[in-house]
Write a protein that binds this ligand. Structure first.
Ligand SMILES: *[C@@H]1O[C@H](CO)[C@@H](O)[C@H](O)[C@H]1NC(C)=O
Ligand SMILES: *[C@@H]1O[C@H](CO)[C@@H](O)[C@H](O)[C@H]1NC(C)=O
Ligand SMILES: *[C@@H]1O[C@H](CO)[C@@H](O)[C@H](O)[C@H]1NC(C)=O
Ligand SMILES: *[C@@H]1O[C@H](CO)[C@@H](O)[C@H](O)[C@H]1NC(C)=O
Ligand SMILES: *[C@@H]1O[C@H](CO)[C@@H](O)[C@H](O)[C@H]1NC(C)=O
Length: 760
């Protein structure tokens, strides 16, 4: 009673200040190991600066900079989130070193002492030399706080050549190509570095920096150096190189134990980099205030969008940590576009839509309608000025495209769900038509898939247009065919909406071409009918369990995965597979331990191509089994620790899959359909913006989604609901309520009316 009274009074007095600090539920180390590749450093939502440690272990790629072991090679301002493929960025770095530093440009590292500690907005590590490094950041600038051991000279090394290396041997390693650095009489430094390559095989790109120290150095020097000769001090406070063979850098030495540094970055100029740091972290700003501003921003713009009455620590960690990691990329680079001048918003670090189109962008629309509209406008602007929308984009350069031109799916999804605002949909549609009709030049040639462009668009379009299928002349032929079908379905959706009837008919037709790869007699594990490679003479026999990579017919999954991919044509797929009974057995086989003759299941929770599969039972009238399978995957493969993700986060794709599982819905991208499964919590509220909200409640469950997960009844907006799906308009457009009653076993709450199969 006393406690309640106190809370009430305080609530009345300081409602805002008292609102919960949800960042305490974010474990920034979740999924940083075991291939999750989460980025544990500091950043603002969609922030250009993602500041964190770069660890060096020879032979191991550090995709987001962090590794749990190894030596520090730097603490840098730029990273990706949770990506695989090959590391990108690790640029604009500082490294603290104690004592005399000889040969500063010789790829210095320093050991790590203890375990790094971090929370939202604050990262803390200790070097083997006894220096404590703390990091915090604003959107375009970062702040370092060094505590050097007593009575020693503390140095900060700025090595402009620093990037995250790659040891994969696929020609994807980043290169340093030149740069310069100037130390000014007041002790601040400015410069730029030029880099290339990385996973998207990007040509040279430049980043500008501007750094301040809030302590007087005892010495500050610039260096140039080569790998062979070691580094040579430059007297003038300026070092420059136009070649990657010659490195440049600066060394700042202090006899103070605590030194802070503020560094801004810009894609445009050193002047802008200086403006960023001066406006966002001005001289005299306390480190702690940047930390608390960062936390406030995460609370107000992201975490508080979803609230729940749940009190289970692990579930809350999974919920808020997942929300956190889906908001690091794409990067909001509006006002920072080195490619062209435009009044449209600009987002990049799309890494990649191949990962995100299935269920992530749909959640972005729900949680961040303003940012999402900006992202759609940016995609169209990239087409306007760069020629094609990206399937992936990093360092302001499109690439790589793994399967189809999946920005088409994302535009279609946004269009059918009513994203309008300042989006120019006539242009949006033109950008999609470009993907669907104009083969991109094969430049640069990708050595892992030399047949056609992996930069953008649809490299295998010539076959698609000529035959309605893709021959082995093109790599990843079956994956591409299946994804091109889905992309064409996206064009059908937007063409229909814009009243372009002829186009709509044409693309609906084309969206069915995945069927041309269907060999009804290809068998595997007693099932018949799979998508297979083919040429003009017929089908090729394959092992549908066999996966593949860039040069193969299937990409990161086999025919068991891709045969399920054409969800827009589900009814036809079910009929081609032999009807509902067979499909039930075939879906079950995906989740049966040992089905493929060894341990493990065919369903691959570690990668995106199979994301939709646990929910496909909906289409054969077995919603209860979608609940069972998807919940089992969520509870078995996701956890709240450092190994908490089954595979690469991929820009938050994994996390959004988990979030939908908690919410109790699953989006079908490109359609307004959401499949209804079963929520985890007794209550969960999503702030949809503009005063609208979605409230999801569940009685009869265990409140945590572990047991009693089956739907007994459902009311949508107060009315009894008998379908296993609903649409955007039902609950998102104006907000809504979902009231579930859950129980121990499957019920017959649901009576027919299967989710739509618009292409069937
Ligand atoms: C550091 O360098 C200075 C100047 O070269 C030298 O006098 C001093 O002995 C060196 N100290 C150590 C610990 O090597
Ligand atoms: C450093 O390089 C940039 C970009 O090429 C150039 O604009 C600038 O003038 C250079 N700085 C100095 C001091 O030469
Ligand atoms: C730092 O570098 C600048 C530019 O070279 C120089 O003017 C200044 O004297 C240096 N400060 C110290 C303490 O060496
Ligand atoms: C993206 O950045 C621009 C420029 O800083 C800003 O005006 C806009 O509000 C940002 N978008 C979001 C969703 O924060
Ligand atoms: C759709 O495909 C069918 C069969 O290939 C063809 O006969 C028809 O003309 C096509 N319609 C359009 C609008 O392309």
């Amino acid at each position: 009673m006393v406690l309640l009274g106190t809370v009430l009074v305080l609530t009345l007095l300081r409602p805002v200040a008292l609102s919960a600090d949800l960042t305490s539920h974010v474990n920034v180390f979740l999924g940083t190991e075991n291939g999750g590749n989460n980025f544990p450093g500091v950043a603002r939502p969609f922030g250009m600066v993602k500041m964190g440690p770069d660890l060096f272990v020879s032979g191991t790629d550090a995709y987001s900079g962090y590794l749990p072991n190894g030596k520090f090679s730097g603490f840098s301002l730029m990273h990706e989130q949770g990506t695989g493929g090959a590391p990108k960025y690790g640029t604009v770095s500082q490294l603290p070193l104690v004592g005399n530093v000889s040969d500063p440009l010789s790829s210095k590292t320093v050991g790590r002492s203890g375990t790094d500690q971090a929370s939202v907005g604050h990262y803390k590590a200790q070097t083997s030399e006894g220096t404590t490094v703390e990091l915090t950041a604003s959107a375009h600038a970062g702040m370092y706080k060094y505590t050097f051991p007593e009575e020693s000279v503390g140095n900060v090394l700025v090595d402009v050549s620093h990037v995250l290396p790659s040891f994969r041997g696929q020609g994807l390693g980043q290169g340093y190509k030149g740069g310069n650095i100037t130390i000014f009489p007041d002790g601040h430094y400015e410069g730029h570095g030029v880099y290339d390559n990385g996973w998207n095989r990007s040509p040279d790109w430049s980043i500008y920096f501007c750094g301040y120290f809030d302590a007087e150095p005892v010495s500050n020097k610039t260096y140039v150096g080569t790998d062979a000769d070691g580094s040579v001090e430059q007297g003038s406070g300026f070092a420059s190189s136009s070649s990657g063979k010659t490195r440049v850098g600066g060394l700042f030495s202090f006899e103070k134990s605590t030194v802070t540094s503020r560094v801004g970055i810009s894609w445009l100029s050193t002047e802008k980099a200086c403006n960023h740091v001066q406006s966002e972290i001005p001289h005299g700003t306390s480190f702690d205030s940047v930390v608390s501003d960062t936390q406030d921003e995460w609370n107000s713009k992201v975490l508080s969008k979803v609230t729940t009455t749940n009190t289970n620590d692990k579930s809350l960690t999974l919920l808020y940590t997942s929300l956190y990691f889906m908001h690091l990329i794409p990067t909001n680079q509006t006002g920072e576009n080195p490619g062209w001048t435009s009044s449209e918003p600009y987002y990049q670090d799309v890494f990649t839509y191949w990962d995100l189109f299935r269920c992530s962008t749909a959640l972005m629309q729900v949680l961040q309608p303003t940012a999402y509209e900006e992202q759609i406008r940016s995609l169209i602007d990239i087409w306007r000025f760069d020629g094609y929308m990206p399937d992936a984009r990093s360092s302001n350069y499109n690439g790589r495209t793994q399967g189809g031109s999946n920005a088409d799916n994302i535009l279609a999804d946004a269009y059918v769900k009513g994203v309008r605002g300042a989006v120019n949909w006539e242009d949006g549609y033109k950008a999609m038509v470009k993907d669907a009709e104009v083969t991109p030049p094969n430049d640069p040639v990708d050595s892992m898939a030399p047949d056609s462009s992996t930069k953008e668009g649809r490299g295998a379009l010539p076959d698609w247009l000529e035959h309605g299928f893709i021959t082995p002349k093109f790599t990843r032929a079956v994956t591409r065919a299946v994804e091109y079908s889905c992309n064409d379905f996206g064009l059908y959706q937007v063409a229909s909406g814009l009243g372009k009837g002829e186009d709509a008919d044409k693309y609906l037709n084309r969206s069915r071409n995945w069927r041309n790869h269907w060999n009804p007699t290809q068998d595997s594990l007693g099932f018949e009918g799979f998508v297979v490679p083919r040429d003009t003479t017929g089908f090729f026999e394959i092992d549908p369990l066999q996966g593949g990579y860039w040069g193969d017919a299937f990409y990161e999954g086999g025919s068991w995965a891709y045969s399920w991919a054409s969800v827009h044509d589900m009814k036809e797929m079910i009929s081609m597979m032999g009807g509902a009974k067979t499909v039930l057995k075939r879906l079950d086989t995906m989740f049966t331990d040992g089905a493929k003759g060894s341990s493990g299941i065919i369903f691959d929770p570690t990668n995106e191509p199979m994301f939709n599969i646990p929910y496909l039972y909906h289409y054969i009238d077995r919603q209860d089994l979608s609940v069972a399978r998807s919940r089992d995957i969520a509870k078995t493969y996701y956890d709240d620790g450092v190994k908490g993700l089954p595979g690469n986060s991929d820009a938050g794709a994994m996390q959004t899959w988990l979030l939908w599982n908690m919410i109790g819905l699953y989006p079908i991208t490109g359609q307004t359909t959401f499949l209804i499964h079963s929520p985890w919590f007794e209550s969960l509220t999503i702030d949809l913006g503009g005063g609208k909200k979605l409230e999801v409640t569940a009685t009869g469950g265990d409140g945590n989604g572990d047991k009693k997960i089956y739907v007994q009844s459902l009311r949508v907006n107060g009315k009894d609901w008998k379908k296993n799906w609903l649409t955007w308009n039902d609950i998102f457009a104006k907000g809504g309520t979902l009231e579930f009653e859950l129980g121990e076993s499957a019920s017959d709450w649901f009576t027919g009316d299967l989710p739509p199969s618009p292409a069937s």
